[in-house]
Design a protein around this ligand. Sequence first.
Ligand code: MLT
Length: 349
Amino acid sequence: MRAATRHLLSIADLGAAGIEELLRLSDSFVEVSLRAIPKVPALRGKTVATLFAEDSTRTRLSFETAARRLSADVMTFHAASASTRKGESLRDTAETLAAMGVDAFVVRHSCAGVPVQVARWVDACVVNAGDGAHEHPTQALLDCVTLRQVLAERDGRAVEDCGVEAFEGLRVAIVGDVRHSRVARSEVLALSALGAVVTLVAPGSLLPPSLDGWPVEVSHDLDEVLGSTDVCYLLRLQVERGTAARVPTAHEYSTFYGLNARRARSMPEGAVVMHPGPVVRGLEISSEVADMPRALIRRQVSNGVALRMAVLFWLLGPDRIGLEGPDMDRIGAGHPGSTGDALVEVGGA
Ligand code: MLT
């Protein structure tokens, strides 16, 4: 009998054990992504619907690519040309798609809490792909995948041998528009759960009205923080959420909080720069820094597909994996009751 429907709505629901489980599961999918034909039959017969009611390019394409690489069928809901524009409620839209036989919904919305609501309405797995300024769990997870790779490389270890204890004491500065950033909220939850020390660096106007309960330090001085930072994580100014009224001018913001080449060079050797994208060159990051080897921006995007494959497989895969820990040997070697190796290449000779 199938276990209760699983969702990925918030990093808070995972805890350190759940994060580690997804990181370890993603190792297999990073390997799949490197194959000549990066496609496996793991989710053949499943349908994944992307229900995006807010602009997105990379996140939607990343989820759709992940679903296709797992051989799932993909349904795309475009809010701009869809029935919600004709007056249909979001609930009716979700229930209509569910009636077509959707196994997992990937939901993005400008309002916090919508993915939780969708999970109440439909009998399918739901992934939060960004809800207002609340959370963006898969962004934080793919960033942890990327950092774990960097930590393993730094220590000369295989990534599989790198447990999440490697994050203990890692010094991460999250810089910029924390107030409106769902990415920042998920990053803080994930990184602090793994033992990293997070410092928010922003002017007061770009911090949330209250930081009570946030496991973070706060600074208003980027130059002061950078010399002792292992990871400088830059946020985009969320102009669509009203940020422009909170900074005097783009130039002034960039002068005090933009990561330029001089600042990047003041970071310790081996320190890295991350950004969730889309990147606005010349504002939160200079073009020179965005192209430096220490900037992991492209690597984050590549890992995003592998991590999202892991998430979809975790939700929908054969012999669904429990939070108590994945059995990697079985994932690689096929599952009882499945037609074969879940990670065998599709379309290969
Ligand atoms: C998001 O959806 O929040 C993005 O990944 C980050 C951004 O838009 O700045």
